[in-house]
Design a protein around this ligand. Structure first.
Ligand code: SF4
Length: 301
């Protein structure tokens, strides 16, 4: 079945031919490729969903100050700010995506969906979607399975790693997963789901990976918030049957082509972009000096 997840087209064709939904195809794949039972897969998804929700809560309730100090309880500040830019729901979405990602930057427990650097997007989006639309847990788990299928194809056709394809591959894939999950939860069909995925990736193309001091903090945390917003805007567009014009498989191929031609300094090496700015370099130097001072054998000086 591995061939099914080489393209969105073959995924759709199989689902039409067998008269099963996209997430059921992903379930068949998981059972066959990983040798797991259906119950084990559902239990694993339920556990992942629980960890995602915990990460959101932890990020909004506990102290989230990273060792470098670059992350300092931003999610709580956004969540509690008295003036919503659009609506309280949008403010919640943004702060929850920040919250779960801050937990990762502070070495807490998260679900890498698909990577640790992008671990705030799915939790922020699904948590807020469930709250607004009162979606039952079962549907959320099905949407997560569908999202896993989206990530699998993007990994095959391009990449899900910042070190290989830039941030478009990491936060872009998570945003595409989230957009597909939203459309599924709101009863969209396969074409609407794939349009939302394609539109999301179109909005994220070219994004470089340039983490300051090589830490997955800046700009990673705020990119989780913006990717969550893009996932929602793309889902809204896709649901309304607005075409992505370029088919989803071709959009992902474009992402792969851009990633392959991206210079190494934009691929998690911390040599370009924000990492190479004057301030970025100064922070990197400070972090390095502190790491040398806190050598494991010597303890904190
Ligand atoms: S900038 Fe790089 S490390 Fe940070 S989230 Fe994007 S891909 Fe990951």
């Amino acid at each position: 079945m591995a061939f099914l997840f080489e393209s969105f087209e073959s995924w759709k064709n199989y689902s039409v031919e067998k008269k099963i939904s996209l997430h059921q195809v992903a379930m068949e794949y998981e059972k066959e490729q990983r040798g797991r039972t259906e119950k084990e897969i559902w239990d694993g998804l339920a556990n992942a969903w629980s960890v995602m929700k915990d990460a959101v809560q932890t990020g909004l309730e506990e102290d989230m100050t990273s060792r470098s100090g670059m992350i300092n309880n931003g999610a709580k500040k956004v969540y509690n700010y008295p003036k919503p830019v659009l609506s309280k729901e949008f403010q919640n979405l943004i702060s929850r995506a920040l919250a779960a990602k801050e937990v990762n930057s502070c070495m807490g427990r998260i679900v890498a969906a698909p990577t640790a650097g992008a671990s705030g997007i799915m939790p922020g989006v699904l948590y807020t979607l469930q709250e607004i639309h009162e979606i039952e847990d079962k549907k959320i788990l099905e949407a997560m399975l569908l999202a896993a299928g989206i990530a699998l194809i993007m990994e095959q056709k391009a990449s899900i790693s910042g070190a290989v394809g830039g941030c478009q591959a990491e936060t872009g894939t998570a945003a595409a997963m989230a957009a597909g999950a939203i459309v599924y939860c709101l009863d969209g069909n396969t074409d609407q789901i794939f349009n939302a995925v394609a539109i999301t990736v179109q909005c994220m193309l070219g994004l470089v990976c340039d983490p300051v001091a090589g830490l997955v903090e800046v700009p990673c945390v705020v990119r989780n918030a913006s990717a969550a917003a893009i996932a929602n805007s793309s889902a809204q567009i896709g649901l309304a049957n607005v075409s992505s014009v370029i088919p989803v498989d071709e959009v992902i191929e474009a992402m792969g082509e851009i990633g392959a031609s991206m210079e190494t300094r934009y691929k998690e090496t911390a040599l370009g972009g924000l990492a190479a700015t004057k301030t970025g370099q100064a922070i990197a130097k400070k972090v390095l000096i502190r790491d040398i001072e806190i050598m494991p054998d010597e303890g904190v000086k």
